[in-house]
Design a protein around this ligand. Structure first.
Ligand code: SAH
Length: 245
């Protein structure tokens, strides 16, 4: 079944954008997912096609009107998760991505200007999601990030299930470093263990690298990892050997 994404935006021409290329683009062409970008300006009711107004209480910028946003939502709402992209939202995680990818798709509201009238966010019980602690000029790049991360998890989109399983955040760990040919580059050899052929040693080395990196760079993830029961954290055997790079 096709996973369906509907975007509500003032800039529909920004889509599919990067999602029309490479893995996501091929998946779009093959029908693994579908994309609909709706121009919220089409739901304006005055002859100037106004979608925003000045904030009550004063202050800079403009705010998207709740009646316009609500009409745009009504045009696409069919029970799919309704997401408002906003720096005030819950930080996006791989767990959220996994849950969204397992569902029927999503509807994403892309803000502009100072943001969106709070009443429509509440009235529509939107899931507020932030892609990080920085401010974009609009929700469209955030929607592209969100969709890209979901699409690669859809059935049949990535050719190996193993790579989704082993990578960063499958456990609360950053991924181990990767190496390919040439085996010696600018005087730098690849780590001996990786050319040893010992699968168990390779798995243990990779796990050690992942743990060291996580401890150094992400104390928050390291703390979560240390809380896991032992069997969840045992090194995984590498997948059966495919063609060497
Ligand atoms: N005045 C707002 C920022 C508005 S930025 C504030 O200070 O919180 C304009 C739009 O860009 C927002 O409505 C939102 O849709 C989008 N946006 C900006 N940063 C984002 C982020 N980190 N994650 C998700 N969406 C973001």
């Amino acid at each position: 079944m096709t996973w369906r994404a509907s975007l509500l935006t003032l800039y529909p021409d920004m889509f599919p954008g990067p999602l029309g290329q490479s893995l996501a683009g091929r998946a779009l062409a093959s029908g693994a997912w579908s994309l609909e970008a709706r121009d919220m300006r089409a739901f304006a009711t005055d002859r100037h096609r106004t979608v925003d107004d000045t904030p009550f209480g004063g202050g800079p910028g403009m705010v998207l009107r709740p009646d316009i946003v609500d009409a745009a939502i009504a045009a696409v709402d069919d029970g799919r998760p309704l997401i408002c992209l906003t720096p005030r939202g819950t930080p996006l995680t791989q767990a959220t991505i996994r849950a969204l990818a397992a569902g029927p798709g999503l509807i994403a509201l892309c803000g502009r200007f100072e943001g969106i009238d709070q009443r429509v966010i509440e009235a529509r019980a939107m899931q507020e999601i932030s892609i990080g602690d920085y401010v974009l000029s609009g929700g469209e790049p955030a929607a592209i990030v969100l969709l890209d991360a979901c699409i690669r998890l859809l059935p049949g989109v990535m050719n190996t299930g193993a790579s989704a399983h082993e990578e960063s955040f499958a456990l609360p760990l950053l991924e181990y470093p990767h190496y390919t040919r040439p085996a010696l580059w600018q005087g730098r050899p690849v780590p001996d263990v990786l050319v040893s052929g010992h699968h168990a040693e390779i798995a243990a080395w990779r796990r050690h690298q992942a743990e060291t990196l996580t401890r150094q760079r992400r104390p928050d993830l390291w703390h979560a990892y240390r809380q896991l029961p032992d069997e969840a954290t045992r090194p995984m055997e590498p997948p059966s050997e495919g063609p060497r790079p």
